[in-house]
Design a protein around this ligand. Structure first.
Ligand code: SAM
Ligand code: FES
Length: 353
């Protein structure tokens, strides 16, 4: 049996086999206008599985980027602490609640609170915000994406009503991790945080950037093996996109085709996974999110942040959807999803496993 068929049959491979699969993809994409038959083959199976489990529904997550203040210095990130060229902001509790109100009226039943690691948001302050959203919108899921915190902090936030947590592992390879982050950040702690979140009963999201600086095929294979073993409920992947004010400004962006291929691989590996077609994918290709659906994705994360702050949450250059009101973003995405045979649904969108 060839590797692709073995993977489709067993939903898993080992590290060397993933390297082989990725190399086959790379060979087929070596020319300029070549169409990868492997990518098409796996996309067909990924879409079949996604349709079997989730039909043509697309879950919507209202993303509230509530602070761009961060104590960290991740080398790739536009809002890292050492970037002096951005205007910093943090939303008040009232502004966050207003975003939720707006989102609820638009049919969103999941709110994602994302931000830098901003010390202002102590456990008490953040738990208070989570608690207030939870009691105002008991039919909605609350997702947090606020980086590495202590076990106790994650516990308090979970008790306050948070259901899900997105913390991309960024790379499963510790040496590669250190090439992307300063020494104070460790791969070990990142992984420990993911384990802590899981043990506290969160639905957990891991993930990585495709084409991050120094990433090799072997690193990607290790990312896939990690996902296969950890089995997160959500996986966020999108192309790395350079930001002009970071030390990776001159590194090339990640490939859209490889991102789409990996979306299909992840859908086959974890058929029930919640898999977004990310804003980064839409930034690299005007039809990126539609193509993401056709590769096996089933989630989109339109922006609910106040328009006045959107440009300030610039993780990478040319980020899309920074000028539109939330209602316009929703309308635009509804249209985009319809154009490829899918529809946005008003649902919490929990993992069906
Ligand atoms: N501070 C939280 C954390 O570290 O998980 C959440 C915010 S962080 C900005 C969210 C994600 O943005 C990161 O996990 C990273 O993968 C992604 N990101 C940051 N810079 C990026 C870039 N230049 N291109 C693509 N994605 C990027
Ligand atoms: Fe903290 Fe990017 S370095 S959010």
């Amino acid at each position: 049996m060839n590797l692709a068929d073995k993977f489709i049959h067993e939903h898993k491979l080992n590290r060397e086999e993933y390297i082989g699969l990725l190399q086959q993809f790379e060979r087929e994409n070596a020319g300029t206008n070549t169409k990868s038959t492997l990518a098409n083959y796996l996309a067909g199976e990924a879409v079949r599985l996604r349709r079997k489990i989730y039909g043509t529904d697309v879950y919507v997550r209202g993303l509230i980027e509530f602070t761009n203040i961060c104590k960290n210095d991740c080398y790739y990130c536009g809002i890292r602490k050492s970037n002096p060229h951005i205007e910093r902001y943090r939303l008040t509790k009232e502004e966050i609640l207003f975003c939720c109100e707006n989102g609820y009226d638009l049919g969103y039943r999941t709110f994602v609170l994302q931000g830098g690691e901003d010390g202002y948001y102590t456990d008490e302050r953040l738990a208070d915000i989570v608690r207030t959203i939870h009691s105002a919108y008991p039919d909605c899921a609350i997702t947090l994406s606020v980086g590495e915190r202590s076990y106790e902090s994650y516990r308090l936030l979970r008790e306050a009503g948070a259901d899900r947590y997105l913390l991309r592992h960024e790379t499963a390879n510790p040496e590669h991790y250190q090439m992307l982050h300063p020494a104070v950040l460790s791969h070990e702690n990142r992984m420990q945080c993911l384990q802590n979140l899981r043990s506290l009963g969160y639905q957990v999201g891991a993930g990585f950037m495709v084409g991050s600086p120094y990433q090799t095929t072997a690193h990607l294979a290790e990312d896939l093996v990690f996902l296969q073993e950890f089995r997160p409920e959500m996986v966020g992947i999108g192309p790395f996109i350079p930001h002009h004010d970071t030390q990776f400004a001159d590194h090339p962006a990640g490939s859209v085709k490889l991102t789409l291929f990996l979306l299909s691989v992840i859908r086959i590996m974890l058929p029930h996974v919640l898999l977004p077609a990310t804003t980064a994918l839409g930034t690299m290709d005007p039809l990126g999110r539609e193509k993401g659906m056709l590769a096996g994705a089933n989630v989109v994360m339109p922006n609910l942040s106040p328009v006045k702050n959107r440009k300030q949450y610039e993780l990478y250059d040319n980020k899309i959807c920074t000028g539109e009101e939330a209602a316009e973003c929703r309308g635009c995405l509804a249209h985009r999803m319809n154009s490829v045979g899918y529809q946005l649904v008003s649902d919490r969108g929990d993992c069906k496993s």
